[in-house]
Write a protein that binds this ligand. Structure first.
Ligand SMILES: [Zn+2]
Length: 180
């Protein structure tokens, strides 16, 4: 008995119903969502995304890390090839309330985690999402400062409330090179 059995059965039903058909490599809604890996914040569910609607990058907190910038640059480079001119896609950064990364604000937790992954404890403190309105703004600024992101990309910022199920927009979509 594997924990995977339940989803394997769902996959059989998905494939038999043709759920995979028609999906394309470039997201249908020209949308890339960056959000937390918390299962309460699954974009497919909270934004009713269908297969192929959006590309989704998830990590602890939905933070703009070096790795996320590299992935966004990769998607950007692919999109530039597919779309010679005009807007490419929107990057929507979504942080949320009650984020587990808030634990990283605790020195003991941070120190143990830093040791576990071989990182500097100081840098990990900045990963904590205690104030999602503030961190999502900081991450937009970080992304706008990156020259790896194509100018034809737009960036927006949002906060999802796990207690109401609603998302609030903190920064409307703006061009990547605008000042944050
Ligand atoms: Zn979270």
């Amino acid at each position: 008995m594997s924990r995977f059995d339940v989803v394997r059965e769902r996959n059989v039903a998905f494939a038999e119903a043709g759920g995979h058909e028609g999906a394309t490599i470039m997201p249908r809604l020209s949308l890339v969502v960056v959000t937390c890996l918390d299962p309460r914040v699954d974009p497919a569910a909270i934004f009713a995304l269908g297969l192929g609607d959006a590309a989704v990058l998830r990590n602890a907190g939905g933070r703009i890390t070096d790795e996320v910038v590299e992935d966004l640059a990769f998607i950007g480079q692919m999109a530039e090839t597919a779309v010679p001119e005009g807007p490419l896609f929107e990057i929507a950064i979504v942080h949320h309330t009650q984020c587990g990364t808030a634990l990283l604000a605790d020195e003991g937790v941070r120190t143990r985690y830093a040791k576990r992954i071989g990182a500097e404890p100081g840098a990990l403190g900045a990963r904590a999402v205690l104030d999602p309105d503030g961190t999502v703004r900081a991450d937009v600024a970080r992304l706008r400062a990156s020259t790896a992101i194509p100018d034809r990309v737009t960036i927006s910022a949002h906060v999802y409330d796990v207690t109401t199920g609603r998302v609030r927009t903190i920064i409307e979509a703006g061009e990547a090179r605008l000042a944050a």
